[in-house]
Design a protein around this ligand. Sequence first.
Ligand code: MLT
Length: 321
Amino acid sequence: MRWIGSAFLFFFTIAAAFAQDYPAKPVVIIVPAAAGGPTDTLTRVLAQQMGEALRQQMIIENVGGAGGTIGINRAAKARNDGYTLLLYHIGMATSPALYRKLPYDTLNDFDYIGQVADVPMMLIAKKTLPANSFAEFLPYAKANKDKLTYANAGLGSASYLCGILFMSAVDASFTMVPYKGTGPAMNDLVGGQVDFMCDQTTNTVPQIKSGNVKAYGVTTPARLASMPDLPTLNEQGLKGFDLVVWNGLFAPKGLPRPALEKLVAALQTAVQAPAFRARLADLGAEPVPLAKANPGSLGTLLKAEVEKWGPIIRKTGVFAD
Ligand code: MLT
């Protein structure tokens, strides 16, 4: 019987030591999209703040492709020891409908840490496209729909979702050109290799401000404080067009409680940090309020979004596999 007591003491000591030491080494955040894109940008700003709060380095690992499902799967299969996390977005909710054979279970393979930020999207085009407003773009696009190319980050990505919503709203389809993320897609758009794209403000605002691309509209019901002169798609005739990219921080299921608690606390510190809020505001993004930076809120959101987008996507009849 005495050995049971000492075994209990042994495990208690280990757990206490883990709780105290975590994180004892750098924490990796998997970004299921190429470097230089909107999710990468957001994660780097967050990693800076959370790293300070945890007094530990946070390293970004970009695993792009297949609309993010390759990176998501990498995170789902990673050790649940608190040293591998995942930052992704609305794509978590759309891929279950697009991929009938997903190698992971979206609603059961992850622990939730919390929501991070909401990022509006913008419809943009290469600067040589002969249309200087949405009113000019729409008839031009419809007249050239067989020739126009639409860049995106693949089935399951936010830019893909915006693309199919836009195409059904204007009743025209364009040639989809998939990339490992909208970072490389933006390079080709700026270079004029592709014609237009719908992407998150964290990637579009700097390019619009430098005059590298044209902007036609915002996907939110209201205009953005960071770009008050840019009208919404809704006010330009696409009634009810409303798409914002929510972002959340996840971990492989079964995270030790002490690690989860420290990560939630660090996330909450980060979303309240003035530097974090100012940087996101510059990029037209909205950090979540404290009340959303927790596991329960992200879990509820993901479940609701999987239920919301499933029927909409299945109606398009497009599947990745
Ligand atoms: C990215 O960071 O490349 C984007 O999040 C991709 C997308 O979902 O459109």
